[in-house]
Ligand binder design. Structure first.
Ligand code: AOF
Ligand code: ZN
Length: 375
């Protein structure tokens, strides 16, 4: 599998210029995708004359930030260097001290940032602090890729809600798969490992009670030879139909219900089915990204409430024909999608499209990047 930065595979165009080094910082950040919440994935490369002398990424919340690891590796070589960071360095004292101070103390001369940090505690203050200390700071290089990679964090920190993506497969004649329990694998092996890669990078994964009742899925990540982690299962069990011994009720599981049903002790219960409230609650639990799987009913509810942010559609080169009842997303009116990206995964075609833009901080006075070749 090619490397990922967020849900979308990066174009590899490495060069010793700024772009190549920022690309590398994005790849470093991608290594911790799904592991940093509630923090964002961030990568940093310190370079001298276009040569990387220090690299780092933020491995998880509570641990040092990306810049700290990169500066440690660069040591005294950081003096007079250029630092490439996928997110604006922080200026606040959080669980760790400000990265802006660390960059200043290390004597970094130039800083290239992909995207401004939407966290109100930072939001431009890191850049201003570094400029005030005399660093040459440029912002906006590969910003689009950084925004996709940080989409979940950006949305939660601004709106309180995790970013919601619905992933489904359909045939060439526009029919969603007759999903579980038939276990008809609509897509090929490449698409299947992409789906597990997604689970590996997503904080939580949601299904309706019907999917649990018919299929009893574990909703775990299965990727051979990789250090994987499982997303937190979120089960929408409105009327309390899911039995307590369902496989999804593993530690970390969350259930959303209107019923007075009792669930296993290790399950976090949210007793409302108002989607706004549910998402706010998930946000408070530090969940940045939520992946919807299963049939279209739950996804349709999110869509109608205006709370579905992204679609990932796998189109399989098969024709279902008559006889199979198609499943559709339900919406009263035409909905336009944007930023559509298409990618081939073996025999299947992946379409990634946005319903809502990713939170971006627009500050004309600080977002200016002009490509230049390092001397
Ligand atoms: C950076 N570099 O690698 C990351 C940043 O609680 P803390 O101390 O970990 O701070 C978390 C906040 O810092 C987070 O909300 C975001 O604004 C920023 N994340 N900043 O300079 C990093 N992960
Ligand atoms: Zn920091």
């Amino acid at each position: 599998m090619p490397p990922h930065a967020g849900n979308i595979i990066l174009h590899q165009n490495f060069s010793p210029s700024d772009t190549g080094l920022m690309q590398e910082a994005l790849m470093l950040a991608a290594r911790a995708l799904g592991r940093t919440s509630p923090n964002p994935p961030v990568g940093c490369v310190i370079a001298v004359h276009g040569q990387a002398v220090g690299k780092g990424f933020h491995p998880r919340a509570g641990e040092p930030h990306a810049e700290v690891f990169a500066l440690r590796e660069a040591g005294p070589l950081a003096r007079g260097s250029t630092a490439y960071v996928t997110l604006e360095p922080c200026s606040h004292h959080g669980r760790t001290p400000p990265c802006a101070d660390a960059l200043i103390e290390a004597g970094v001369a130039r800083l290239v940032v992909a995207a401004v940090d939407p966290n109100p505690l930072v939001a431009g203050k890191g850049i201003q602090k570094l400029r005030a200390a005399g660093l040459q700071v440029e912002v906006g290089l590969l910003e689009d890729q950084a925004l996709i990679q940080q989409a979940g964090f950006r949305q939660r920190v601004v709106t309180g809600r995790p970013r919601v993506t619905y992933k489904f497969a359909q045939t060439l004649d526009g029919k969603m798969a007759p999903l579980e329990p038939k276990q008809l694998w609509l897509t090929g092996p490449e698409a299947r490992s992409f789906v597990h890669e997604l689970r590996n990078q997503t904080d939580a994964i949601a299904v309706g009670s019907q999917t649990v009742l018919t299929d009893d899925p574990a909703l775990t990540t299965r990727l051979e030879g990789q250090d994987t982690r499982d997303p937190r299962p979120v089960i929408f069990d409105r009327s309390g139909r899911v039995p307590v011994d369902a496989k999804v009720f593993r530690p970390g599981a969350i259930v959303v219900t209107e019923s007075q049903q009792t669930y296993p002790e290790q399950v976090h219960v949210i007793r409302t089915t108002d989607l706004q409230e549910v998402l706010q609650e998930l946000g408070k639990l530090g969940i940045n990204s939520l992946l919807l799987e299963g049939g279209p009913n739950l996804a349709s509810e999110f869509l109608k409430a205006g709370l579905l942010d992204e679609l990932l559609v796998l189109i399989s080169p098969k024709i279902m024909g008559k006889g199979q009842s198609p499943l559709w997303l339900d919406l009263p009116e035409l909905q336009l999608l944007r930023d559509v990206k298409v990618q081939q995964l073996g025999q299947d075609t992946l379409i990634h499209a946005l319903l809502h833009d990713i939170e971006r901080v627009s500050m004309p006075e600080i977002t200016a990047y002009t490509e230049k070749v390092e001397d």
